[in-house]
Design a protein around this ligand. Sequence first.
Ligand code: PMP
Ligand code: GLN
Length: 385
Amino acid sequence: MPTFPGNVPSRLPRVGTTIFTVMSRMAAEHGAINLSQGYPDFDAPQALFDLVAKHMRAGANQYAPMAGVPALREAIAEKVQDLYGGSYDVESEITVTAGATQAIFSAVAALVRPGDEAIVFEPVYDSYVPSIELNGGAAIRARLRFPGYRPDWDEVRSLVTPRTRMILINTPHNPSGAVWEASDMQALEALVRGTDIVIVADEVYEHILFDGRRHESVVRYPGLAERAFVVSSFGKTYHVTGWKLAYCLAPRELMTEFRKAHQFIVFCVNHPAQLALAEFMRDRDRYLGLAAFYQGKRDFFRAGLAGSRFELLACSGTYFQSVRYGAISDQRDTAFAERLTREVGVASIPVSVFYADGRDDRVLRLCFAKKEETLARACERLCRL
Ligand code: PMP
Ligand code: GLN
């Protein structure tokens, strides 16, 4: 007979507390500079906060429409048309969500049945596999090839079975900072042609690509867009990760199913913030300027680490810089990240946690969405090692 507490039949027996919570907590405990969890240490423009206040005072304090406020969905539709040439119906093909995490969860919940398989790419963002498993699916892991973190399309093809319901992709890629190219999207398009595989495209870093690279949104590829949930996050784009606001695009038939789940997972999301973002994002420079803004920070950070014993891996997008520390230590990355937090005062993310088998290339992820003074202090500490 089951006895509580102590005998809870966990749905996620192998899952602990997320690494982002663990490392941010450790950073706080030790007073370390927190380059672990990915969020800016600077604020969004005051104008955005003024807009939220304006809408709160004007009374937008009750439930928003289930799919999101129309003005925001219109602004999203225009942006996506402008940037990627994709046409999404404001009424039936765009939904505003409580962060990308909820959008991804809802897409999986809407489509994945017990026994279905969903392919993910390791190192894999930590919410994907639990989302699949909570919905009764099995996560099938393809591997991005170290150190460039490139997909191996022969491997992916070999993992597809009649049970494959979904493929979850992420470009620009967290944690590696790698960016998929047109040839990758074409390979994926060829792979799913003639199947009923659904794509979930996590594009939360869609505006953060460096050195003139183009974001290969699935929206650009008709053979993908016709079967894809495309997810972006306002948290990343407007420096407000704490607002937990994002959106999902999908063709009408898919979005109908998505909303069946969404309406019972969260129903609707923050009303005044949606109205504020609808106005704020009309200024295209706000997102078009993001790549140059973060490229400046990437370059500043890389220059600051150039004199260290860390080996800098390529960083083509996102606000994460991966570094190898093999020249400093042969400790496991989890142990080394802990030591770095305690003894050096810089918190990072050990990349092995994003692999089911704990593969450890002795790589740490460092977030450079920080003020230059924060980055400079961190570099000074890291160069001492
Ligand atoms: N996907 C990726 C790749 C991310 O890096 C993040 C968070 N940084 C998310 C999803 C979750 O985004 P949100 O905070 O909007 O839920
Ligand atoms: N996505 C953020 C990161 O990669 C963290 C989000 C979270 O803490 N769940 O660091």
